[in-house]
Design a protein around this ligand. Structure first.
Ligand code: ZN
Length: 281
């Protein structure tokens, strides 16, 4: 099911959730994040070696960044909520899906939240305000249209939906999913494509994950069937970071060090997008 990457949606839900049943009743709240104390600390790109950047020099001061860690840890417990239909700006699609998992049972929802948490910590060190669409990995939902609204209302400068795919076992690599103009997102199409290019470049530059060899072209595909992209009013892409059903990708995706590396790559991409230059590691 190539067309249906882990993006969700009616058509997509099949691919995405081939292995997962859909679910969930509801409660994830928008979480404006605070201290990165729970994160594994590391000097962020752009920060001077051996010292904290001063407030005045933090490159993302004054910026708000939106992060949507796809799915949620308990979506499988509430199918009636997760399967309810929402309007995605162009069509009806499911509220959410459970997400995929590796053959070893490591869930995409957990992966997405871990990478999002690492990314939040990196961005906060650079002075950004960070808004997540769910506060932990122990809840259900929220629906994909509400996730989009949370990030829109936060007036994010840029936003990223973090996922991993449930593709064919033989397929490897990442794909950047980019929006198609549909009304609400018309004015952020060009900027989203530019951000998508930065994300693609950063993944190739800073991680071992290759471009997908089974989905999209050169690591990129346009999608007009996802609420997260259709309803966005800030530059936004959805990243399928790798294929959890592929043994080689899965070995990387479940590792803490690799999750941190991915967060670092996304941090670089955001810095590049907002400041016009790559940071220093
Ligand atoms: Zn997903």
């Amino acid at each position: 099911m190539l067309a249906a990457a882990c993006g969700t949606g009616t058509a997509t839900a099949q691919a995405h959730s081939r292995d997962h049943a859909a679910t969930g009743s509801a409660t994830a709240a928008a979480a404006t994040t605070r201290s990165p104390s729970t994160h594994r600390a590391r000097r962020a790109p752009g920060a001077p070696a051996g010292a904290q950047a001063t407030a005045a020099r933090k490159p993302l001061a004054g910026k708000t960044i939106g992060i949507d860690p796809g799915h949620n840890g308990r979506n499988k417990d509430d199918p009636s909520y997760i399967n309810k239909q929402i309007w995605n700006g162009r069509n009806w699609e499911s509220c959410d899906t459970t997400g995929t998992e590796t053959d070893g049972g490591y869930t995409e929802a957990k992966f997405n939240f871990n990478v999002a948490s690492d990314l939040r910590g990196d961005l906060q060190q650079l002075g950004a305000r960070v808004v997540l669409t769910r506060p932990d990995n122990r809840g259900v939902g929220p629906c994909v249209n509400r996730r989009a609204r949370i990030l829109n209302r936060a007036h994010s400068s840029v936003a990223i939906d973090i996922h991993a795919d449930g593709g064919p076992a033989s397929g490897r690599g990442f794909t950047v999913l980019e929006p198609v103009a549909d009304g609400p997102n018309n004015h952020v199409i060009k900027s989203s494509i530019r951000f998508g290019s930065d994300v693609r470049s950063a993944l190739l530059k800073y991680t071992r994950m290759p471009e997908s060899d089974y989905y999209g072209h050169n690591g990129v595909i346009l999608r007009d069937d996802l609420a997260g992209l259709n309803l966005a009013t800030q530059p936004k892409i959805l990243i399928e970071t790798g294929n959890m059903r592929n043994a080689t990708d899965a070995r990387l995706l479940v590792q803490t060090w690799f999750q941190k590396r991915l967060a670092l790559a996304f941090t670089h991409a955001i810095l590049r997008f907002l400041t016009g230059r790559w940071g220093h590691v």
